[in-house]
Design a protein around this ligand. Sequence first.
Ligand code: GDP
Length: 367
Amino acid sequence: WTEGTVTDAENSLTELAALAETAGSQVLEGLIQRRSRPDPATYIGRGKVDDLGAVVLSTGADTVICDGELSPSQLRNLEQRTKVKVVDRTALILDIFAQHAKSKEGKAQVELAQLQYLLPRLRGWGETLSRQTGGSGRGGGAGGGVGVRGPGETKLETDRRRIRHRISRLRREIKSMKTVRVTKRSRRSRNAIPAVAIAGYTNAGKSSLLNRLTGAGVLVENALFATLDPTTRKATASDGRLYTLSDTVGFVRHLPHQIVEAFRSTLEEVAEADLVVHVVDGTHPDPEEQVRAVHEVLAEVGADRLPELLVVNKTDAADEDTLLRLKRLWPDAIFVSAYSGRGIDGLREAIEARLPQPAVEVRAILP
Ligand code: GDP
């Protein structure tokens, strides 16, 4: 289903396919439906559900991935109609984050996001049972001692309570990990080392640029979300001053709000930077849309007022017309190729020119 143009939908679907492949799926077929709004019961229209069912049968697919966030009942109805597992964009992104999280903090953040997603979607025998027991089922003694359930509580309620408990525990843990990071950061700011954050849409080439700029061996993957945990490297400016460069979480359109929420502390680190280097993929069919998506997330974490240096990457592979168009659109942007190294010296100079000037100590010597 799409509310935008078919081209928007196609771009979004291509990205969804790339995301699915990143998550380890094999993509068999794509279906687009143009509607003014999603069907409340099945997300896609009823007729389209039959088409989808036919595609599932003919391809032997075992999963349907929808490009959007579906309500719990839409997911359930679609599953019943297609007889296969139905996953939405949010669940897919959460899955990829879960596969890629490496640090303790990153893992905790992903788990928090997953549990928040799961909570309203929990269902099971408990739910049907509590409904059958009717009014007396809630709160009070739900038909005391039925099967494996605890007295007065369905399995579902127990699960929900456990999850809520785990959520608050994770929140506490993440908070304390954040304190450690903040302490490290304040040590750095006491030493007045300027910080540069590399932001940009996922797969734009942030890790590759970080490698180019610092010679550090950061993992580069042709996969969405190769970067989850922020990596910070030291760099030296031509005048010998030190600054740090950090790679940040990959941004993606419709980043699930659970992710923004869970990664808030990591994302907020961007807001503490002295400069944001915003990397754009010059080969992408719609770079402006990517820039908009990144700006949205930056605004959400309060990093939209920082000085920003726009960098168009992959000029080695982009077509000339696109590059000309982008040069007109963003006259102050720096055009580079992390691959060939083209424009990297210019980028280094542009970064250095925008670093805050070192504080000059002025002492008045009074007679
Ligand atoms: P990140 O997700 O933004 O950190 O992006 P990566 O640095 O992991 O790069 C994503 C993909 O783009 C990888 O396949 C890189 O090899 C590729 N890539 C990065 N920089 C360039 C470039 O300058 N030119 C070309 N052609 N590909 C690049």
